[in-house]
Design a protein around this ligand. Structure first.
Ligand SMILES: [Zn+2]
Length: 555
């Protein structure tokens, strides 16, 4: 159902636009016998940023609701000076998490000068296995203990090797590699998962329990346990960089909470939850939309609606060979259903202009990135779209906002890229127009190596994604409302449905280890209310309260 790789030979953006408009006209003319009033043909693009754009910030600014006046130095170690290194990727992931609690500066550890951490409220350091040498000044400043430091990773021995008395003073020491595979992490009494492919971990030995406190334990494959996270004085240590092979019940959650706890002692909020109704477009069934809104409203559950205003299937891929073009203005009954939903606690999230590109079909195709299905029927990402730029993405946003305004719908309160995928230019455009995204972010090596915000350096070949357990402001400067529990795909039988629901609820329960966590899932309205009810029951039973998008995007 995805567009093929051969459909990429499109002209410049203006030509595509013109072709698009012409196709719509044809589509409208063939689909309705009524005279077509000119107002139906095209909506005026709306170029102004929406009100939520006031929440946009600079990379390094804290997320809304972070305690005032905190600044964190995020340092990463890398053996090579270039931007495309695992150290930089890990540093960026750490920085994204840090933003929940603090402003940050992201720097290479190799450039550290004596006293650089003075004036920062904390330091987060990530040391990959292939990192380079560390400046003595950095090690000395960590040992001096004037600034709280959270150290994630594999090169902790350097801190101890240079000072024979340090282990005695801190009450613990690293002791080579963990011999047995780590299959889980116990944090706050909750067993979090760990993928066996996640590689080695440092073994730590406690020497003095009066000085060092174990914050989390590795669970090995023979059920034995060793410290996974240790705190002594101002130093907190995590025995790996838990940012790869991350599942939804993963030890990543413990690291995210330790970052939060190191940077901010503010009291935790009531655990919040979000539900988003996904892929609502002009072809949606208005009766189903109203039913689901009634159900959520009667339960006191606010919700958001991921909406795209223009359905396109120029080759009829999803319509038995019949080319299909449909805009919101062509479906007044859907627009009425959307207003009905808004009156019952719904918030609009813009989910693209057409949710497709080129010859692809809306809903299944990518819009802001090239993708295709390979021979194994798996999605293969091919790179930015031809002509990709901040301007190109902004233009699509303007066209989409014009479509919403044309039918009298309110401005969206966030943007969600189709399939959570765009180029760095697309992300920058989204920050400028919307200020708030509602997703898992896609990032690129080189985007934020020595400074943030250089599109020219972003390397599509190394793209990676990150889900967040709480509200952050990512390295694109956008507020990111998290989605972290996933969704329920169509099921074939009751056993499969039970399994899918169980997965989402397990993720929600694991997320409770994160203070300030927001449990967030999405749901396709055509799947009906029964599964949705069970998800909401389970998430509520896990201690969460469902809130609106604007509640989640402001604190
Ligand atoms: Zn979608």
């Amino acid at each position: 159902m995805m567009r093929s790789s051969t459909g990429t030979a499109w002209g410049p953006a203006w030509l595509r636009l013109l072709l698009g408009v012409l196709t719509v006209i044809c589509g409208v003319l063939t689909m309705t016998s009524k005279p077509v009033a000119p107002v139906l043909l095209s909506a005026e693009p709306r170029w102004e940023p929406v009100p939520s754009a006031s929440l946009a910030g600079e990379p390094g600014d804290p997320a809304p609701g972070a305690p005032e006046g905190r600044r964190t130095l995020v340092l990463y170690n890398t053996s090579t000076p270039g931007p495309v290194t695992s150290g930089e990727v890990y540093g960026t992931k750490a920085a994204n998490l840090v933003s929940h609690s603090s402003a940050f500066e992201l720097r290479q550890a190799a450039n550290y000068q004596p006293g650089d951490m003075t004036g920062f409220s904390a330091v987060v350091y990530v040391g990959p296995e292939d990192g380079g040498p560390l400046p003595d000044a950095f090690l000395a400043d960590v040992r001096a203990g004037q600034t709280p430091v959270l150290w994630l990773g594999y090169d902790i021995n350097r801190l101890f090797d240079g000072d024979s008395g340090y282990a005695v003073r801190t009450g613990w020491r690293p002791d080579g590699w963990a011999e047995r595979a780590i299959v889980g992490v116990d944090y706050k009494g909750v067993r979090l998962s760990r993928d066996s492919q996640a590689g080695a971990s440092v073994r730590t030995r406690l020497l003095d329990t009066a000085k060092a406190k174990v914050l989390a334990e590795s669970i090995h494959d023979d059920d034995s346990r060793t410290p996974w996270a240790v705190r002594s004085g101002t130093l907190t240590y995590v025995a790996e960089i838990p940012f790869s092979y991350v599942g939804s019940t993963d030890r990543y959650l413990a690291a995210a909470d330790l970052i939060r706890a190191t940077l901010s002692q503010s009291p935790p909020q009531q655990a919040r939850a979000l539900v988003r109704l996904e892929d609502v477009g002009p072809t949606a069934n208005p009766v189903q939309l109203k039913q689901i809104a009634d159900r959520l409203h009667s339960r006191g559950v606010p919700f958001s609606i991921a909406l795209y205003p223009y359905y396109r299937d120029p080759k009829g891929i999803a319509n038995s060979g019949t080319p299909t073009e449909l805009r919101l203005v062509d479906r007044p009954e859907v627009v009425r259903a959307l207003r009905y939903m808004i009156d019952r606690g719904g918030t609009i999230v813009l989910h693209g202009y057409t949710h497709q590109f080129g010859d692809g079909a809306s809903g299944s195709d990518f819009e802001f990135y090239r993708a295709r299905l390979n021979d194994e029927n798996a999605v293969e990402l091919l790179g930015p779209v031809p002509g990709d730029s901040v301007r190109w993405a902004s233009e699509r946003f303007a066209l989409a906002l014009g479509e919403l305004a044309q039918v009298g719908l309110p401005d969206p309160e966030a943007f969600e890229f189709p399939h959570y995928t765009a180029s760095a230019a697309g992300y920058q455009a989204a920050t400028e127009t919307f200020g708030v995204r509602y997703d898992r972010g896609t990032y690129f090596p080189g985007w934020c190596s020595t400074k943030c915000g250089d599109i020219a350096q972003a390397d599509p070949a190394g793209m990676y994604t990150q889900a967040f357990p709480y509200l952050v402001r990512d390295v694109y400067g956008a507020v990111v409302v998290p989605e972290n529990l996933g969704y329920i795909p169509p099921w074939s039988d009751a056993v499969e449905l039970d399994h899918r629901i169980g997965e989402v609820l397990s993720a929600a329960r694991a997320l409770r280890v994160v203070d300030d966590g927001i449990a967030s899932f999405f749901f396709h309205p055509y799947l009906g209310t029964e599964a949705l009810d069970r998800l909401i029951d389970g998430i509520t039973a896990a201690g969460y309260r469902f809130v609106s998008l604007s509640d989640a995007s402001h604190r």
